[in-house]
Design a binder for this molecule. Structure first.
Ligand code: FMN
Length: 148
């Protein structure tokens, strides 16, 4: 089986966009992947994918980025029908609510009847080697959930 995996990202200064691209490169050999910027993503389309991975930064005071708000609101009305998912994000430990957007998205995707197949990953600013290992592990766990 070749799963279709939607990779959705929110990125202001490019880190999460680069993480999304890295994930796509990791998955490309064994999955069909599409990358979408979050303001262009349709939450109601997610049940059509086999899995969704969201990479999102945190903004304001521990909030989702503005451009992610519509997607997040729509997500509350979606039944993911056990679509597999994983969440990660570069944000910054210099802020009080480190990576809070990752927590919000993880909670909402679970509430919307998704199946979480990897622990969520928070990255402090630019990913280092350890972070890339955790990102790659997340990608492997998504693939493993399909038995590949
Ligand atoms: C105005 C502002 C507010 C931020 N607020 C938070 C925050 O509350 N929590 C957090 O973890 N990071 C916060 N960040 C840090 C960003 O999430 C971090 O720089 C992230 O790596 C940006 O990702 P991007 O390069 O994909 O845009 C904030 C950054 C800015 C500029």
């Amino acid at each position: 089986m070749i799963p279709s995996i939607q990779i959705i990202y929110a990125s202001h200064t490019g880190r999460n966009q680069a993480i999304a691209g890295h994930l796509q490169a990791q998955l490309a050999a064994r999955a069909q992947t599409v990358i979408t910027e979050i303001s262009q993503a349709d939450a109601f389309d997610l049940p059509n994918a086999d899995a969704v991975i969201i990479a999102c930064y945190t903004y304001h005071d521990g909030e989702l980025p503005d451009e992610a708000q519509d997607f997040f609101a729509d997500l509350q009305d979606v039944d993911l029908e056990r679509t597999k998912f994983a969440v990660l994000g570069s944000s910054s430990k210099q802020h009080l609510h480190f990576g809070r957007a990752v927590d919000y998205l993880t909670m909402q995707l679970n509430s919307s009847n998704g199946e979480q197949v990897a622990d969520s990953v928070k990255i402090d600013q630019d990913p280092d080697d350890d972070d890339y290992q955790r990102i790659d592990q997340l990608a492997q766990q998504v693939l493993k959930s399909f038995g590949i």
